[in-house]
Design a protein around this ligand. Structure first.
Ligand SMILES: Nc1ncnc2c1ncn2[C@@H]1O[C@H](COP(=O)(O)OP(=O)(O)OP(=O)(O)O)[C@@H](O)[C@H]1O
Length: 299
């Protein structure tokens, strides 16, 4: 099947500044992928090139097997970009109905309003909506044509907790239909919950690419901590192959490990004189911080 997006050795410079550096990436149908990275990592520029809004300085980009600038490629695509305004002097309902006219099989108006949680705002002027609601309207507009591929650039910026939850529910339904989701976000919980692939960028290059589970396992370093008995020698623990680090925090000893199950098993089967064992950490946030520290700078 034709991939949704292929980038081959793509580079993008702005004057002397290298925004994207030798980026190769293939995104297949049905993938839900989060592009993460600190400010200025090159995420928006990459999305712009995928959509044909920006031309690479070198390398090649295919969108649905063709030139991303070709309007034919955009029929099955929904897009929410940053800082895009909503139509002037139209109500929410009028905006949605206007967009519905562009598509042969648009989603029903009621579905779109419900998906965006804007049922009570249908008669309000689009421009009078709060920032978070404008984002939700943009999402509904992107969903009007029932797209097979959805590009979202930081979609939940400005949304309150309740709005985010509703939005994530709508995204989950979309992903479960086997459609393709490509999003950039600074919300690592969002990336973890919504996607099955995470690409981490820094300084224009990909520094990690894998499932959220694989990235967490490799970089997050789960922690097994406990209170040791008096005078026990912890040196053997530092030599276990999965253990990354052993340090003392107050009265607890903290073992940073790539595989907390194995570490825990060794501790229990070895009848170590320890008590109050706790397992924690290991989130995408820890992985992201460690990755950007290892391979670049901080967030
Ligand atoms: N039109 C432009 N002209 C000059 N430099 C640009 C332009 N667009 C982006 N850049 C630079 O390219 C780099 C990558 O920017 P980009 O917006 O892609 O990063 P990002 O990862 O999306 O950042 P953020 O998380 O802040 O949105 C940055 O250093 C930015 O200043």
């Amino acid at each position: 099947m034709t991939p949704v997006v292929v980038l081959e050795h793509v580079q993008k410079t702005f004057g002397s500044h290298l925004a994207v550096s030798d980026l190769s990436l293939t995104i297949d149908r049905g993938e839900s992928i989060a592009i993460l990275g600190p400010n200025g990592a090159g995420k928006t520029t990459t999305i712009g090139m995928m959509l044909g809004l920006q031309k690479p300085s070198s390398g090649r980009v295919w969108l649905l097997g063709g030139n991303p600038s070709d309007p034919k490629r955009h029929i099955d695509i929904g897009v929410v970009l940053q800082n895009v305004s909503v139509p002037d002097r139209l109500t929410v309902k009028e905006c949605l109905n206007l967009f519905r006219q562009f598509y042969p099989h648009p989603r029903p108006l009621e579905d779109l309003l419900a998906m965006a949680g804007l049922e009570d705002d249908a008669r309000k002027m689009a421009q009078s909506l709060s920032g978070g609601k404008v984002r939700r309207l943009q999402f509904a507009l992107a969903m009007t044509g029932n797209p097979d591929v959805l590009f979202l650039d930081e979609p939940t910026v400005g949304m309150d907790v309740g709005s985010k939850r509703k939005f994530w529910d709508a995204l989950q339904t979309y992903v479960k239909e086997g459609k393709t989701l490509i999003l950039t976000t600074h919300d690592l919980h969002e990336a973890d919950a919504m996607t099955n692939r995470v690409v981490v960028m820094n300084h224009g290059a990909v520094i990690a690419d894998g499932t959220p589970e694989a990235i967490k396992k490799e970089f997050a370093g789960r922690q097994v901590s406990f209170v040791p008995g008096n005078g026990i020698d912890l040196t053997p623990i530092t030599q276990w192959p999965e253990v990354v680090d052993v340090h003392v925090a107050g009265r607890r000893t903290v073992v940073v490990t790539k595989d907390s199950d194995t570490t825990l098993r060794r501790l229990i089967e070895g009848h170590w004189d320890i008590r109050d064992i706790m397992v924690g950490g290991g989130g995408l946030e820890e992985a992201f911080v460690r990755l950007t520290q290892l391979k670049g700078d901080s967030i």
